[in-house]
Design a protein around this ligand. Sequence first.
Ligand code: MLC
Ligand code: AMP
Length: 512
Amino acid sequence: MTLNDNLFVALRGAFPQDLDEPAIETAGGETLVYTWRDLDRGSAMLANLLASLDLPAGARVAAQTEKSVEALMLYLAVLRAGFVYLPLNPAYQGAEVEYFVHDAEPSVVVCASRNFSWLSKIAFKAGVQHVFTLNDDRSGSLLDRAAHQPDEHTPARRSADDLAAILYTSGTTGRSKGAMLSHGNLLSNALTLKDQWGWRPGDVLVHALPIFHVHGLFVASHGALLNGSRMIWFGKFLPKAVIDRLPSATVFMGVPTMYVRLLAEAALTEAACRGMRLFVSGSAPLLAETFDEFRTRTGHTLLERYGMSETLMLTSNPYDAHDGERRGGTVGFPLPGVGVRVRDDKGLVAPPGEIGDIEVKGPNVFRGYWRMPDKTKEEFTSDGWFITGDLGKFDERGYVVIVGRRKDLIITGGYNVYPAEVEGYLNEMTDVAESAVFGVLHPDFGEGVVAVVVPSAGSALDAESLIAALKARIAGFKVPKQLFVVNDLPRNAMGKVQKNVLREQHRNLFGA
Ligand code: MLC
Ligand code: AMP
């Protein structure tokens, strides 16, 4: 394997000698066992189907499907055939999908059959040539068509700088940006994590994360695949069922909400976790009480790491005790080969203990935002460091501590919500003069989305109807859990809405 290769070649090269061994076992519903040969053949047939479509070089393949092993095979097939994978949260609705399809101009869209009628209209209108369906019960036109393809396929030659995936993220001022990740970005990060987290023969990963974000698609799946490790595969995170499967596994990865929900189950005991080697947490801040309670209940210390779509993983707490303890409230040390620095307001590199902007450099850092060269430039310093938008510091022992965010972003249950986007949808509703969206502590989701809305002069608004209207337009996780109709918004002398005042006023809303 070389670092300058198609990522698929590296993943395929790690498959065990005996391809008839189980690779993935589905859980939480029907139990199906997929062998390594199934992954190889399935991804070859899908890659051959893509190759038969005569797509232009660099074509994007967008997938808005439920989680399934076949959806993972589709991702592998896109890599294998040398195209660019564009995963989309199945919770996205019409307006959201329309933006991504117009912006990314995919050549192929794969969606669930139940969404085909509206999604295909959007896609064909935007000039997409091929729309296939794929469901989580192995049905759909994608597999029907792939069934006629040969089950062998030579991976397309790709080099480290070639694009492998686009992940849509951010959009602080409204527009979501497509982070372009290369084969080299993904492979270098996966190899680093394999080494850092001590992946070893016999490991079994419980995979219960969604596969349209960095955490589930790259960190978790690449981790297992690159180690030739079996996965116990949950289409949906089901805490009780996950605990039932821990005795047959060694590694679990989750967002803090998943740990909160696991801890809510009496079945989460030391005995249930006896065979486990590693629990990783990331994507959102992990509360100290979750960290402490998990250790008390299970005897395991959560390993917290820090990442983002644009940079993959940047830092990690140590796996090996020789390298240091896992410190709650920190996200650990910069990963080997990854430069992380903190700069103060004057642009100087801050000494330990001082808070500033977290910036990153390394082979993990993305190739820029899709068709947004100016935006890309803005988010890099003149000396080539990517500005994460997170605020933090190094502690006295060199661990990175995240203390806040410069970007106006809410992270709820590991999903990012951009207040400006939700405000945009609210403000265009009839009788809404203006709105403010913000996050407050939530016992389950970490942060819960809240909105305050001002009606236009002489009109009345009703919170329930506004929430229902939003639910009909945008993904459920973005919809405020609480919405208040108010007369005006608190503003500072400059006329800027004071979200800190709103957050303070509603601090105890969810009893967190
Ligand atoms: C679902 N809902 C959410 C939500 N998930 N609301 C707020 N925040 C969330 N994260 C809504 C649903 O729309 C539904 O609304 C209601 O909450 C109840 O849903 P649920 O059944 O409780 O949710 P569930 O399906 O169990 O999902 C919860 C979850 C899921 C925590 C399992 O959100 C999840 O998988 N989160 C992981 C996200 C993730 O992978 N992030 C990684 C990003 S990568 P209604 O109104 O319909 O009832 C990244 C980089 C890095 O950040 O460092 O890793
Ligand atoms: P995304 O754009 O979805 O990739 O989200 C990336 C953001 O998630 C980062 O910029 C951080 O703000 C946040 N994040 C990821 N991991 C952690 C963590 N361990 N602790 C706190 N925030 C995190």
